[in-house]
Design a protein around this ligand. Structure first.
Ligand code: 5GP
Length: 117
């Protein structure tokens, strides 16, 4: 499998506004923010989609949530935030390297407007 743009960001081969990195996950600002705070938390391991996770990935998947919580505190998102993972074409997944979006900083509206959206 060829490297994704996120694999290159994790390896610091291309620039990104990295806010956090450890042995399992890396967090950086989305290049096209859809909210005042829009951060991507990616697994360092290049798992393509949520449909490809294995039990051996559970530590990294859990870390995504604790890092999201820490980042939400650092960005004063005490009024709430949204965590989102897009999986494959029906969800408009753009980058095939598993990532969680952290959105916040304004009211985010309903999750989906209707079943037809
Ligand atoms: P997806 O639709 O796959 O869930 O979301 C991919 C996200 O990655 C999009 O919100 C898009 O703006 C962001 N993105 C795409 N390319 C880059 C990049 O090179 N750098 C950063 N920081 N974000 C990117």
């Amino acid at each position: 499998m060829s490297d994704t743009i996120f694999t290159k960001i994790v390896r610091r081969e291309i620039p990104a506004d990295i806010l956090y990195q450890d042995d399992l996950v890396t967090a950086f600002r989305d290049i096209n923010p859809r909210a005042p705070t829009h951060i991507l938390i990616v697994t360092n391991k290049p798992i393509p989609t949520a449909a490809d996770v294995e039990s051996e990935d559970e530590a990294a998947l859990g870390r995504m949530f604790t890092v999201a919580r820490k980042l939400s505190e650092q960005h004063s998102l005490e009024r709430g935030y949204r965590l989102m993972v897009n999986c494959k074409e029906h969800a408009h997944q753009e980058v095939y390297h598993l990532h969680m979006h952290l959105f916040g900083g304004r009211p985010l509206g309903p999750m989906l407007v209707s079943v037809d959206d």
